[in-house]
Write a protein that binds this ligand. Structure first.
Ligand SMILES: [Zn+2]
Length: 484
């Protein structure tokens, strides 16, 4: 049986033009830089500012739904991982293990957390005694380490930043409701703020999280027709409760194991923004997540022009800052305006405002959209409303463009030959009928693709024909594609 991780490795061998563009852009736009440690990147201030905006939104939504932040240790005793059989099997190949500390060999090896279920459940055993202690709704903002063989900045790293939520509930239904609630929060965030359409669904048995009963996933289509998993939310059933002997006294007087969930989104979303919205000039950031929503570039030739432009610019700047627009004024006098235009386009700033002597004379600014480079004039009197409106327009345009791209690259096929030919010549999302067998799932893998998601809604999951691979009765429709 080939795992999805193995396919991903095979696919990493194919270096496409988007893959090259991606690395160049991440470095040139100063989102991140390499360090001497393979797979470990330095996230530069511009990249980190995107992460801070992601954190701010997600943190607010999690708190609004009753979750509280906490922190658990980076080191986990090796024996903890071994308590949940599937969990250790899934993570063993990726573990970084500490064998020595302070010059001494450790009595028990410590694992650098690849995820925190095990260390958290050890604490939950002490904290959860009664149904009154439930639900336990905890989220952590931290870093994790996974010894990945093939790495790519943001998309797959040895160390990355994320949030990991860990909740425990009194009933199975509540646990599943929680996993679905979080999935909904993620979908709203990714679609509404990042302007990236997602297909929400379940992972197949083989691709679910190590230790989960159900893994809910979100899959988005990148510009080269490959899928990227945007985040996951797991219904863990009672697996970790049992493995760590977490028991609570329920209202009916019975001792029970809690039902739990875990869920995460990571700095991978920064990579997704680049892969979905960029173009040959560089990044294009959706205004709602962009660290800099508008940049002002003053233009002058002679000193007397400079004074006039500066004075006018000052008024525009004051107005826009007061209106809460995340603004940068590029006053560098060592580079030309043309250089600045390219520089901010590379960084994907959604709106550029040019102020030259002619703009001052006309009492306006010239606004240029990053997404389609259209220019328009905004009168000084309307400047904050005008820029806000333009930012909304860009946000909507990016969303609609991504949606149209996905629609144009989503296909339905009914035979294996069609699927093979399609994946080769026209990579994208393929909806197919699947009988549910391992053998047919292997066949997708042989086509260097995989089941990305099984629809959640009965109506969408319902198959209307035979299995695309073997021709026998299909159990359900599934989304198949190549992936990052
Ligand atoms: Zn089949």
């Amino acid at each position: 049986m080939t795992t999805t991780a193995e396919i991903e490795e095979q696919q990493d061998d194919e270096t496409g033009s988007l893959a090259d563009w991606y690395i160049k852009t991440v470095l040139a736009a100063e989102l991140a830089d390499y360090t001497p440690v393979r797979g470990s990147i330095a996230i530069r201030p511009y990249g980190y500012a995107i992460w801070e905006n992601i954190q701010a939104y997600v943190d607010r939504e999690l708190k609004a739904t009753g979750h509280k932040n906490a922190y658990f240790p980076l080191f986990i005793p090796m024996s903890f991982l071994q308590k949940e059989a599937q969990h250790v099997e899934g993570f063993a190949p990726e573990l970084a293990v500490v064998t020595h500390g302070g010059g001494q060999k450790l009595a028990e090896e410590l694992v650098v957390r690849p995820t925190s279920e095990t260390i958290i459940y050890d604490s939950y055993r002490k904290w959860i005694k009664s149904y009154r202690d439930l639900p336990m709704l905890i989220n952590c903002w931290n870093n994790v380490v996974r010894w990945e063989m093939r790495t790519r900045p943001f998309l797959r790293g040895m160390e990355f930043l994320w949030q990991e939520g860990h909740t425990a509930h009194a009933t199975s239904a509540e646990g599943d409701e929680e996993a679905r609630l979080i999935l909904d929060i993620y979908v709203r965030f990714i679609e509404g703020q990042l302007a990236i359409p997602v297909v929400a669904g379940k992972k197949s048995e083989r691709d679910k999280f190590a230790g989960a009963d159900i893994t809910y996933t979100m899959e988005s289509l990148m510009r080269d027709g490959k899928a990227l998993q945007m985040g996951t939310s797991h219904n863990l059933g009672q697996n970790f409760g049992k493995a760590f002997d977490v028991k609570f006294l329920d209202a009916d007087g019975e001792q029970k194991y809690p039902w739990s969930t875990s869920w995460a989104v990571s700095t991978r979303l920064i990579g997704a923004l680049a892969l979905v919205h960029g173009d040959e000039k560089g990044l294009i950031l959706p205004p709602r997540i962009a660290p800099i929503q508008a940049v002002i570039v003053p233009i002058w030739r002679k000193d007397d022009e400079r004074a006039v432009v500066e004075e006018f610019l000052g008024r525009v700047e004051t107005e826009l800052r007061a209106a809460g627009i995340r603004l940068e004024v590029d006053r560098r006098d060592t580079v030309t305006p043309g250089f600045k235009f390219n520089d901010w386009e590379l960084r994907g700033v959604p709106v550029r405002l040019e102020i030259g002597p002619r703009d001052v004379a006309a009492n306006q600014v010239t606004a240029a959209r990053r997404d389609n480079r259209e220019k328009s004039a905004i009168p000084l009197a309307d400047v904050s409303a005008g820029v806000h409106e333009l930012l909304d327009t860009v946000q909507t345009a990016l969303w609609e463009r991504a949606l149209a791209f996905r629609a144009a690259n989503t296909h339905e096929v009914s035979s294996m030959n069609e699927l093979r030919a399609g994946l080769e010549s026209d990579p994208g999302f393929y909806w197919v009928n699947w009988c549910g067998s391992d053998k047919c799932e292997d066949a997708f893998v042989e086509l260097k693709a995989s089941i990305r998601a099984i629809p959640l809604e009965e109506k969408e999951a319902h198959s209307t024909g035979p299995c695309v691979i073997c021709g026998s009765d299909a159990k359900q429709r599934v989304l198949v594609s190549k992936s990052y």
